[in-house]
Write a protein of this length. Structure first.
Length: 128
């Protein structure tokens, strides 16, 4: 029995740095798991910023393109140009609606999964 205890002590002393490194890494992992809510919050804020930028650019681009299509529809003498402008206007409206609905779907999913379950999708206020 004494030989076994001696072997364990010798193994521990030889691998002391490995044991200390393992304990330090384990404690770092535990503290990272506790900070997970901060990570999720940061990711959510980044997504909201990026989506806000996409919506702003899409709104301006859709407005300009629809204005050009309307200009072509009202002032063109060619029936072919009017039909193409109408078709492009429909495509622009559908694409803009898809961008808006995608954001709504993501907000609904995060609302069901996250801590925002009681908040309204439109203004962030609590319902109830």
């Amino acid at each position: 029995m004494k030989k076994v205890v001696t072997k364990i002590k010798n193994a521990f002393m030889a691998n002391k740095t490995k044991v200390i490194t393992t304990v330090a890494t384990s404690s770092a992992m535990v503290s990272t798991a506790c900070a997970e809510s901060d990570l999720a919050k940061n990711i959510k804020e980044a997504f909201n910023n990026i989506y806000g930028d996409i919506v702003a650019i899409a709104s301006v681009a859709a407005g300009v393109c629809i204005a050009i299509c309307a200009f072509l529809m009202f002032f063109s003498k060619s029936q072919n140009t009017v039909q193409e402008s109408t078709a492009w206007m429909k495509r622009i409206i559908i694409a803009y609606a898809i961008v808006m609905i995608a954001g709504l779907i993501v907000k609904m999913i995060t609302g069901f999964l996250g801590d925002d379950a009681g908040k309204s999708l439109w203004d962030g206020s609590t319902q109830g």
